[in-house]
Design a protein around this ligand. Structure first.
Ligand SMILES: [Zn+2]
Length: 117
């Protein structure tokens, strides 16, 4: 699995990729895999009122991949503080497929969380 960001000819990145760059409107013509890169915690919060199937409590963070000037929102494993370095870690279930989704086969359940590195 990969953690793909789209890049336009002007070097802007967005994650997830878009057909056109949100910054300048050019088509995004490249993909950059951020899965093996490190990021820095910009801010974080812990939710104790989570949607069905989402772990509780659920810590979320906005992390910045400084080398690429792109930010992501994602779940966090472990304790983090602003400025901490994190890495993406693959997980098979970001949510519980048995938690009331009418057509579980229509969803992707796996993805990445961020962990202190
Ligand atoms: Zn652009």
């Amino acid at each position: 699995m990969s953690l793909d960001a789209g890049r336009c000819p002007n070097g802007h990145l967005s994650c997830p990729p878009h057909p056109r760059c949100p910054e300048c409107g050019e088509p995004q013509s490249e993909t950059v895999d951020l899965a093996d890169e490190t990021a820095t915690v910009v801010t974080w919060t812990t939710s104790y009122a989570t949607p069905p199937g989402v772990r509780e409590p659920n810590t979320l963070a906005i992390v910045e991949f400084e080398a690429y000037d792109v930010r992501l929102l994602g779940q966090v494993d472990g304790d983090v503080e602003i400025g901490d370095t994190v890495e993406a870690t693959y997980t098979e279930e970001l949510r519980d497929p048995e938690a009331g989704i009418r057509e579980p086969a229509s969803q992707a359940w796996d993805g990445y969380r961020f962990s202190p590195s």
